[in-house]
Write a protein that binds this ligand. Structure first.
Ligand code: SAH
Length: 346
């Protein structure tokens, strides 16, 4: 595989152009083309320069292989990377803007029992430039530019564990939020982790004040170990301490994801225990009814149970919302699309 141009920042692009013996404004032209989500071959620079660049760099590191459109407007993309690997992404439409859900790894090695992304393990990490190219591409397909973005919000909740690809994810976030580039505010970005405590603490020091989201899905370590192998490494107590540290460093409240699984974590007693655990903390709870994954035997709760759970949290003064499931008709849950694609191929 050739190199990915989107891995470079503006000064690295300037050096590339200088080394090629070209005038500095060519760097600006190339950079602007890239920020618009266009392939190198469409840059308004001499073809000799393009040929020179394309000897070392991919023309398009990410391509759309397929798009699925849901009745509710959600779009699900299957992207193909330059080496043929597949990752997925989703674009959800809300009245305040469009949120793109981004993958950070091909597959995942965290092994959560309810998640389709991890069914085939982890194949490889995405580079910073591959993640950026995915955002720039979707923004272009939606008719946006670097200045008038159509992708207004980003959630790192696709396949992969962002903190298992720490360096690339941090580099990506710096490119994404750079004023030279698409210039997205970290406040419009959410990063979800299954709770890698050392990386959560390290990230608190990076000065990227985004919305830190932690997949909790249980109220005791024992119950958490049943569905999330990572619970064998870090306790809920250590996770809560790392969250408090993030708040101390950034002033940003943090969010917990809690997927309601029938017969597992969704009783009123669980709701009371969760309230007790989070009482007085600067946090928010996102409840979601588990999206059923056909390869797994875990089921989501019914709506009534979910609202009852929400009611207990609210009564106890915990800020919480029950998320709508979007795009369920097109396999909206993590990794479902790629998993079904791989199953068809085999
Ligand atoms: N690895 C990261 C981000 C990826 S998944 C993490 O673990 O947080 C984004 C969220 O979707 C996580 O909270 C994950 O636990 C949840 N999730 C995975 N599979 C799901 C399913 N089938 N139904 C509902 N939520 C699911």
């Amino acid at each position: 595989m050739k190199r990915v141009l989107q891995d470079l920042d503006i000064s690295e692009i300037e050096n590339l152009i200088k080394d090629a013996g070209e005038r500095p404004y060519r760097a600006v032209q190339l950079w602007e083309c890239m920020q618009r989500g266009l392939p190198v071959s469409r840059a308004p620079v001499p073809s000799s320069l393009k040929e020179n660049i394309l000897q070392d760099f991919e023309d398009e590191p990410v391509r759309v292989k397929e798009v699925f459109r849901s009745a509710d407007g959600t779009e699900k993309f299957l992207f193909e990377l330059a080496d043929g690997n597949l990752v997925e992404g989703v674009l959800m439409r809300y009245n305040y803007g469009n949120t793109q859900c981004l993958s950070t790894q091909v597959g995942c090695r965290m092994g959560c029992k309810f998640c389709a992304s991890t069914l085939h393990g982890r194949t490889r990490d995405l580079s910073a430039g591959e993640m950026l190219a995915t955002v720039l591409l979707v923004n272009r397909l939606e008719g946006g530019t670097a200045k008038e973005r159509k992708v207004t919000n980003l959630v790192l909740m696709g396949s992969g564990e962002p903190f298992d690809n720490y360096e690339n994810v941090v580099k990506f976030l710096r490119l994404l939020t750079s004023p030279n580039g698409i210039n997205m505010s970290p406040r419009n970005v959410s990063l979800s982790t299954c709770g890698l405590v050392p990386e959560m603490r390290r990230f608190a020091e990076e000065n990227i004040p985004l919305n830190l989201t932690v997949s909790l899905h249980a109220v005791t370590d024992e119950e958490r170990r049943r569905t999330m192998p990572i619970a064998n490494r870090y306790s809920i107590r250590e996770i809560l301490d790392a969250c408090a540290y993030y708040f101390e460093k950034t002033g940003r409240r943090y969010i917990f994801e809690y997927s309601l699984i029938e017969g597992e974590n969704a009783d009123e007693a669980h709701a009371r225990a969760l309230s007790k655990l989070l009482k007085g903390k600067p946090c928010h709870v996102n409840l979601i009814r588990l999206n059923e994954v056909k390869e797994r035997d875990l089921k989501g709760t019914d709506e009534k149970t979910a609202y009852r759970f929400l009611g207990v949290l609210e009564k106890n003064g915990i800020s919480a919302t029950l998320r709508r499931t979007m795009g369920a008709d097109i396999g909206g849950a993590c990794g479902q699309l790629r998993a079904s694609y791989l199953a068809e191929e085999n």
